[in-house]
Design a protein around this ligand. Sequence first.
Ligand code: MG
Length: 281
Amino acid sequence: MAQKEIMPLGVFTSIGAGLGASLEAVKEMGVPTVQVHAPAEMLTEEDAARVKKQFAQAGVEITLMFCGYYGESYKTIQIVRETVGLVPLATRDERIKMTRQVADFAALLGIPGIAVHIGFVSEDHASHEFAELVGATKGVCDYCSALNLCVNLETGQETADTLLHFLKAVNRPNLGVNFDPANMILYGSGEPLEALRKVGSYVRSTHCKDGVWSDEPGVEWGKEVPLGEGDVNIEEFLRILIEFGYTGPLTIEREIKGEQQAKDIKMAINLLTSLKKKLLR
Ligand code: MG
């Protein structure tokens, strides 16, 4: 059997109405893996069978499926605080239900796991809010564990210390981290490489994304920029992942659309390919 490639490249993509096109684009880029954003409107068994076949035929492995929820907005950091993930109480139950549907779909696809933007975890670790969110997350992890799926939390909204505390409080072996170094900068939640050193043993997947700090971190968004042009230090990011024994995919995320997105992703592929060559000798 061929040995599994170490740190295979991937791109973050979306399936749904534009499945054909986006899969074509992925094939053209020549990357062996993708993470996909879960389509809310197509989670049937037939859809799963079709998606599974299409990706298998294309020779592209889906490594993770991201949950998204109705009513989320990323307009400002404050609006994220109010609307994103499992944190807002008003929508928590319906979103847990949606998360279970995504998990069922992921299990039908036979992929390793799902990922969630959980929202702003309270920095007050003794609070009722923190304890309730821990309980809700345990439930999601247990549901996924029965389906043999991991649950990866996207980084960015909280500090590494709070994330670490939260992971330990939930205490489920299938709970891990999707480390997005740029998010730490965009949200102003801490220096990403320092954060990676703290939570590195929990990292199961990554977003290769770059960003520059805003003048008012935590209040105004930082700016996402092409990989290698921001404040992350991608070479050092990869070096630390390797130190932690990380072998999973390097999934490029570029949150713009159109021609420029494709160009930037190709540039990112070149950058990561050369860095892998240098660091994995
Ligand atoms: Mg991300």
